[in-house]
Structures are given as structure tokens and as C-alpha cells.
Design a protein around this ligand. Structure first.
Ligand SMILES: Nc1ncnc2c1ncn2[C@@H]1O[C@H](COP(=O)(O)OP(=O)(O)OP(=O)(O)O)[C@@H](O)[C@H]1O
Ligand SMILES: [Mg+2]
Length: 141
């Protein structure tokens, strides 16, 4: 069974323009490694954003582990993204008001709870950068 399946994804950004995704379907098995390749503007980022729950398709479905991703409400989709999906963005998307340590730890910290905070600190301190910036979250790693 596939862990991720897309069926007939269509996404247009502007009315009248050709769709950036035109009935794209794919299946990914658990443990499979998949690379998406194509020329600039061919729709790679658009596809990955929809597969990852960041952007809704105009039509079509994304099934993640047997569940229709976009049948969820916005809050439930946000929780699922935090728990199960990771992105490395094309641009860095760092938050300028946070320290380097806080930027590295942010996704894990948002899960809340002592265990998540400890995991965030472990991630930050084990990073290749060995970040030493102080935290403003009232807890030093
Ligand atoms: N926010 C947007 N508004 C309007 N058009 C967009 C938007 N994002 C992408 N597009 C258009 O959709 C098409 C696919 O863009 P996309 O960014 O998905 O391509 P890409 O394959 O990731 O390109 P690159 O290799 O340059 O990153 C392009 O024609 C692009 O101009
Ligand atoms: Mg791109």
C-alpha cells in the first residue's frame, strides 16, 4: 500500500492561464525515496506544497497514509503537518526576530510540552552549527 498518493491534481494560479499542475497523479510506497525533476516553472514547488498540505489543489485528492489530506479542516491539517511532515524550503524562511537557536528549534517547540522542548534543545545543540545563541523562551539548553 502507498503511504502517499495523489490523484488528478489540478492547480491554476490565474484564471485563463494554463494550469501549473494538470492532472498529476503519483504513488509513493513507505520507505521509497522520490525525487521530482523538471525545468524551472514546470510545477515542482506547486506539487510539493500540495503533497505536503501547504496549498490546496483546485481539484484532485492527496491521500496520506490512507487519509484524504484536504478533507481535514485547517486546524487539523496544521496539526498533521507539525506532527508528520517536514519541509526544506528553497529559500531559508528564517524568522528575523528569533535567534538562530530559536529558528532551528521552532517547529519542535511549537508542539509544546517538556519532552518537545528537550527534543528541540537536543536538536539545536547537536546541529553542525553548535548554536550558542541564548534562548528567550525562559529555558536554556
Ligand atoms: N504564487 C504564484 N502566483 C502565480 N503563479 C505562480 C505562483 N507560484 C507559481 N506560479 C507559476 O506556476 C508555475 C509553476 O511554478 P513552480 O514554482 O511550481 O515551478 P518550479 O518547477 O518549482 O520552478 P523552479 O525550478 O524555478 O523552482 C510557473 O509558471 C509559475 O510562474
Ligand atoms: Mg521550485
Amino acid at each position: 500500500m502507498s503511504i502517499l498518493a495523489a490523484q488528478d491534481l489540478v492547480r491554476s494560479y490565474e484564471r485563463g492561464a494554463p494550469p501549473s499542475l494538470d492532472r498529476v497523479s503519483l504513488q509513493v510506497a513507505a520507505g521509497e525515496f522520490l525525487a521530482v525533476a523538471g525545468p524551472s516553472g514546470s510545477g515542482k514547488t506547486t506539487l510539493l506544497a500540495i503533497l505536503g498540505g501547504l496549498d490546496r489543489p483546485d481539484s484532485g485528492r492527496v491521500m496520506l497514509d490512507g487519509e484524504d489530506l484536504y478533507a481535514r479542516g485547517a486546524d487539523a491539517l496544521t496539526r498533521l503537518r507539525a506532527a508528520a511532515i517536514s519541509f526544506v524550503f528553497q529559500s531559508h524562511n528564517l524568522l528575523p526576530t528569533l535567534t538562530a537557536l530559536e529558528n532551528v528549534s521552532l517547529a519542535v517547540y511549537c508542539k509544546r510540552g517538556a519532552a518537545a522542548q528537550a527534543e528541540a534543545c537536543h536538536l539545536a545543540s547537536s546541529s553542525a552549527l553548535r548554536l550558542r545563541a541564548p534562548s528567550r523562551w525562559g529555558r536554556r539548553c
